[in-house]
Write a protein that binds this ligand. Structure first.
Ligand code: AQP
Length: 329
């Protein structure tokens, strides 16, 4: 039997090249070999304040980019998180079996808590909902970018602890991190992750919906250094290393292979080659976006996806409730 993979994206904003390279492409490349299940994490989107209309647009765009990337509903399952109601119920249960100490250690929470922003309870417990997202489907593998690895570790620990206390219930999931491109950095500050919510640095973020001209401009004005050699050296040349990573990931080659291609290049020529590659990818994605943009088809994809996911989710939740003493009949 094929191993089961699960992963999702929370479209709190427009999807970025980082989401595409770190998550979407690996999902697409896994479709033949694995039982791939991809969701749109709409519940995670409301852990921070978001305008309802903006959220609707983001959710639809995410689905369109899933399809445009090459996720094929005949080969994989695509669903909306809230359409499988059991997930939120298990999420609450998972929050009851996760110590606060572990949640306090989550980097994404630690990064936000000292900013003075007002954070919701949902934001604090979001890793426990993510645990439910994974374990409810009995997933073996969870492809994620580097930044989400800690949350998958939390899911593993929680599942192991639950199995030890209540008896075998969950498959223990493994994170899968892409060899190249698991952390694409901002083009303007290459020590910072490229993030969709990076409002300060839009010039540093390539959005999948960017018009091709401005995407090209962003790459051409990416921060580099004064060393003048195209070399992968994250510490001394983070900008060049990031551009090499983007190129290698899109070309499906290794970093040393990308380095070899540009060993005699000046930065201008190197950036132009990266920009050409990124623009070609965006053009392909945006063409796909238009092609799939038909309301009825999108509704069918999500309905079929939710139907496929519900039986296992229901079975897991019932098993959990019985083992915990919640259902005595
Ligand atoms: N820059 C990135 N490089 C590689 N992978 C990335 N991912 C996100 N950014 C990069 C991966 O995409 C998947 C979905 O992520 P998400 O959107 O659910 O959450 P996130 O990691 O918090 O992404 P953002 O863009 O940084 O969102 P905001 O700005 O809302 O916090 C994950 O597998 C993630 O690793």
């Amino acid at each position: 039997m094929k191993k089961r993979m699960i992963s999702g994206i929370k479209p709190t904003g427009q999807l970025t090249l980082g989401n595409y390279i770190g998550a979407l492409r690996p999902f697409v490349q896994s479709q033949e070999e694995y039982d791939v299940n991809v969701f749109i994490a709409n519940l995670h989107c409301i852990t921070m304040p978001i305008d309802p209309q903006e959220l609707e647009t983001n959710l639809k765009d995410a689905l369109l980019f899933y399809l445009a990337s090459g996720l094929d509903p005949e080969k994989c399952t695509i669903f909306l998180q809230s359409d499988v109601k059991e997930i939120a119920q298990l999420g609450f249960i998972m929050s009851c079996v996760t110590p606060m100490g572990e949640l306090n250690r989550m980097t994404q929470y630690k990064d936000k808590k000292d900013t003075g922003m007002s954070l919701s309870g949902g934001f604090y417990t979001y890793p426990t909902l993510m645990t439910a997202d994974i374990v409810i489907h009995q997933a073996d593998l969870v492809p994620v970018g580097e930044d989400q690895k800690q949350h998958v570790e939390l899911a593993r620990n929680t599942a192991e602890r639950f199995n030890n206390r209540f008896g075998d219930t969950f498959v223990i999931p493994e994170p899968v991190i892409a060899k190249v491109g698991s952390k694409i950095m901002s083009l303007q500050d290459p020590t910072k992750k490229m993030s969709k919510s990076d409002t300060e640095g839009e010039k540093g973020v390539i959005y999948l919906r960017d018009d091709l001209k401005s995407a090209r401009k962003k790459i051409m004005s990416a921060v580099t250094d004064s060393l003048g050699v195209v070399k992968y050296d994250v510490e001394n040349q983070p900008g060049v290393s990031n551009l090499l990573t983007i190129y290698a990931a899109l070309e499906n080659i290794s970093i040393p292979e990308a380095e070899a291609q540009f060993k005699d290049s000046q930065y201008g020529g190197f950036k132009k080659a990266v920009a050409d590659r990124v623009v070609a990818e965006l053009e392909m994605l945006q063409t796909g976006y238009e092609k799939f943009n038909q309301g009825e088809y999108l509704a069918e994809v999500l309905e079929k996806g939710a139907e496929a996911m519900r039986p296992t989710a229901k079975k897991t939740l019932e098993d959990v409730q019985r083992k915990m003493g919640l259902d005595w009949l």
